[in-house]
Design a protein around this ligand. Structure first.
Ligand SMILES: *[C@@H]1O[C@H](CO)[C@@H](O)[C@H](O)[C@H]1NC(C)=O
Length: 269
């Protein structure tokens, strides 16, 4: 029985670790404040791209320029990528200015407090051997740090967790082509960019970027150690059980009634 269990565990562990899965992600985050804050380093509008959680580009409302944040981005992306990107970020800045005010009205908020509208969109892939697989697409808005509206990629529709988001959900769901575009962006365009950036980032990215669910040498060694520990544990358990049994029998023979514990040692009297 024990031998079978050990063999079974070993096979299970080895089959799990023999498939190496790599995860990679590309996200864009836009953050807009409802009004300027008079503090250095705090911008009313910022945007950035993140490849495997590392910043690859950046934009703010003062410099109004999309700039590279990795040297390989600067080297590999053509001038027109940055020009188009700058135009796109500028128009998003306008969009956010208008929409943060719309949301404040809807929430009955006024300018006495600072409010924040955020948009995050992007995709994640999983790589197993040569197989690249889209695993997740995110497109979501948050207001004052709380989820406001998010895109359900599988259902191709917007999900409104708060009442104030319902008008937006209805409006956007009413233009099916918009949702198809969003789905297409997340599953195809975003994944294409992610792969392109990973290729450009090349050596740097391969040397320790990304999240490894399991890596063969260490995982296999861990599995083997695990199996050995299991074997030893089973062996020790069997040994203890056997020993206990023998000692237990002896103890039973030797054991004496409580009262005789003091026998021969002379009690206080
Ligand atoms: C702004 O909102 C706050 C909190 O709801 C409220 O106390 C204040 O009176 C409002 N100010 C104006 C000018 O409406």
């Amino acid at each position: 029985m024990a031998v079978l269990a050990v063999l079974f565990s070993a096979v299970m562990l080895l089959s799990v670790v023999s498939v190496r899965t790599e995860k990679h992600s590309l996200y864009y985050i836009y953050t807009a404040l409802s009004r300027p804050v008079d503090q250095s380093g705090i911008y009313q509008f910022t945007a950035m791209g993140l490849l495997d959680d590392r910043q690859i580009d950046y934009y703010n409302n003062i410099d109004q320029k999309k700039i590279p944040k990795q040297h390989w981005m600067k080297e590999k992306m053509q001038e027109d990528y940055w020009e188009k990107g700058t135009q796109s970020r500028k128009s998003k800045e306008q969009w956010f200015n208008v929409n943060v005010n719309i949301l404040m009205d809807r929430m009955r908020h006024n300018n006495s407090d600072l409010h924040v509208l955020q948009w995050r969109h992007g995709c994640e892939i999983e790589i197993q051997g040569n197989e690249h697989r889209f695993s997740k697409g995110i497109d979501e808005y948050s207001y004052d740090g709380r989820n406001f509206l998010s895109f359900d990629d599988a259902e191709s529709q917007w999900v409104a967790p708060v009442d104030a988001a319902l008008p937006t959900k209805r409006k956007w769901d009413n233009v099916p082509i918009l949702n198809q575009y969003t789905k297409g962006y997340l599953e195809k365009e975003c994944v294409d960019w992610l792969n392109k950036f990973r290729e450009y980032g090349d050596q740097e990215l391969r040397d320790g970027y990304g999240e490894y669910l399991s890596e063969p040498p260490i995982a296999i060694i861990a599995a083997i150690i695990g199996v050995l520990i299991l074997l030893v544990a089973i062996g020790v358990t069997v040994w203890i059980l056997k020993k206990k049994n023998i000692i237990g029998n002896k103890d039973e023979k030797r054991s004496m009634p409580n009262g005789s514990a003091n026998y021969g040692r002379g009690s206080s009297a």
